[in-house]
Design a protein around this ligand. Sequence first.
Ligand code: 8YV
Length: 316
Amino acid sequence: MKPEILQLSPILIPEIRERLEELFVIRRYYEQSDKAAYVAEHGAAIRGVITGGHTGISQALMAQLPQLQVVAVNGVGTDAVDLAYARDRGITVTATIGALTEDVADLAIGLLIGVCRGLCTGDRYVRSGQWATSATPLVPLPLARQVSGMRIGIVGMGRVGRAVAVRAAAFGCPIRYTDLQAVDVPYGFEPYLEQLAADSDALILAAAADQGTALVDSRVLRALGPEGYLINIARGKLVDEQALVSALQAGEIAGAALDVFVDEPRVPAELFEREDIVLQPHRASATVQTRTRMGEMVVASLVDVFAGRAPKGVVV
Ligand code: 8YV
């Protein structure tokens, strides 16, 4: 009998979907309008869960799955999984560690360039026909901010933080970082985030959000200052979003580029009209290549656990 899997978020790669269908009975929770009734009907037989990094799984849902052996996170963040509860119940939690590092770092740099060079503003300007009809087409938009050589502050020097640093270094950017402690990297460690912000032209958030606290508050934003940019490719909850909106409105920082938000897919409406902002719908890992690798790791985790083998990427 094929093991039954509750799938909490979609997988977009057809080959991975086919493989999952071959190996398991897939119960698509995310497609159900009456989720409680669906779990009441199928919960007792579920042995595995597939979820996304942002979606995670609550203790309440795990509690309705008495045979649950494994939660395979199709992502690297496990802040939305109740890990303590999973550990107590002996449920294995895996993540696609290492699979998405390069893509997330690529997008961090893309966002940095995007906001500093006003790429989305320029795109809108051309598409809307404003350039063609401008009285001064040779000076179409205000001058942008140079990226090469910017002082970059990285928050979280894990896999993604390091990959961001390598890329930023190639742009001739001096790099400093903060983390819980100094790690073995050729960049300067700054224990205080506020100080790092004060010493940076752009702050790039690449930290895990397991503590659930908003590290970037109004003080950090003020320290970043009116010439400073905030880039977030980690988790929305690392930032006090209202403080960010206020800081932008007051001109306390120069701009922000965000792939993640506190209450996705809801984004503060005050951000929509601003030209000093670049917004993305949480898609830093969303390339065919990376999502294929991630999907393969999810399949392997489930197969390994059901075969009694230790899977890769075990978090708990
Ligand atoms: C994914 C993420 O978008 O890895 C994470 O923690 O948030 C993202 O890479 C997500 O997990 C896709 O399901």
